[in-house]
Design a protein around this ligand. Structure first.
Ligand SMILES: C[S@@+](CC[C@H](N)C(=O)[O-])C[C@H]1O[C@@H](n2cnc3c(N)ncnc32)[C@H](O)[C@@H]1O
Length: 258
């Protein structure tokens, strides 16, 4: 596919950044440290997945697994996981569903799914070995061993090791917000094969109404129509989930079906 250019927004202008720094002086030093670290990681890694894997490794070492997936504190970890889980249940999730959790992290949502679904019906995949070790700890801490969750380290989103038409629910929360368009393209190109004919694939993304852009190649902002068109290219239909907006989560959600 053609790469889409990321257009600079005012926030990448020096004048904007100086004004922002004056308004939030406490954020300047952490941001400079993150910029330096990310520049080093970009120089020492070959592609986005290896780069982001190193970002995760560094975040887990510097903070902890909860913070590395964006929850600074257990209260937030529990709340955001419950928000995702309750939404799926409201949309008809039953124990018989077979769920693929892309970018499962340390099972903020996953542990609730593992508990709810029939044994063996939960598959979590992630690019970070460290976060998958934390995920295994979550399974043990929550006493969910007998639910037989599958946790797999992946290098890409081609799903080559998974069966055709198997998953009734595919889910990616706060993963495409960290993904360049090539990664999303790869996922949409392949997800139709593993998605059950009546299943759906929900993913969240950082939505912008203005120019698409990224911050340090860690956070990516897309227009809805870009992602809808990408899904269409692979014969899939994507629908904007208005009811998710009411959850007041800062990301938006699209639902992809056959
Ligand atoms: C912000 S965390 C969200 C974790 C989980 N979905 C949740 O909501 O609790 C993003 C996770 O996606 C993983 N990730 C990022 N890019 C990925 C990719 N291309 N394929 C699979 N996992 C990815 C990261 O390692 C991280 O664990």
């Amino acid at each position: 596919m053609q790469r889409q250019p990321y257009v600079k927004r005012p926030r990448s202008r020096l004048s904007y950044q100086v004004a922002y720094a004056l308004r939030h002086p406490g954020k300047v030093w952490p941001h400079l440290r993150r910029m330096t670290r990310d520049a080093r990681l970009r120089l020492t890694t070959a592609d986005h997945v290896s780069y982001y894997r190193e970002v995760m490794r560094a975040d887990i070492a510097e903070m902890d697994a909860d913070a590395a997936i964006g929850s600074h504190g257990r209260e937030s970890w529990l709340r955001i996981g419950k928000l995702q889980f309750d939404y799926l249940v409201r949309h008809g999730l039953t124990p018989r569903d077979r769920v693929l959790d892309i970018g499962c992290g340390n099972l903020r949502l996953g542990w609730r799914l593992i508990d709810h679904l029939e044994p063996g019906h939960y598959h979590g995949i992630d690019i970070s070995p460290e976060i998958l070790l934390a995920a295994a700890d979550t399974v043990a801490q929550r006493g969910l061993q007998s639910r037989l969750p599958h946790l797999t380290l992946v290098n890409d989103l081609t799903f080559g090791f998974l069966p055709d038409a198997h998953f009734t629910v595919v889910h990616a929360h706060s993963v495409f917000s960290h993904s360049p368009i090539e990664v999303i393209d790869e996922c949409l190109r392949h997800v139709g094969r593993v998605l059950h004919p009546d299943g759906f694939f929900d993913f969240t993304f950082d939505r912008t109404e203005k120019a698409e852009h990224h911050v340090l190649r860690e956070d990516f902002y897309y227009r809805t129509e870009t992602l809808v068109r990408l899904a269409e290219r692979y014969g899939l239909k994507a629908r904007f989930m208005d009811d998710w907006e009411r959850s007041r989560h800062r990301q938006s959600k699209l639902r992809v079906t056959h």
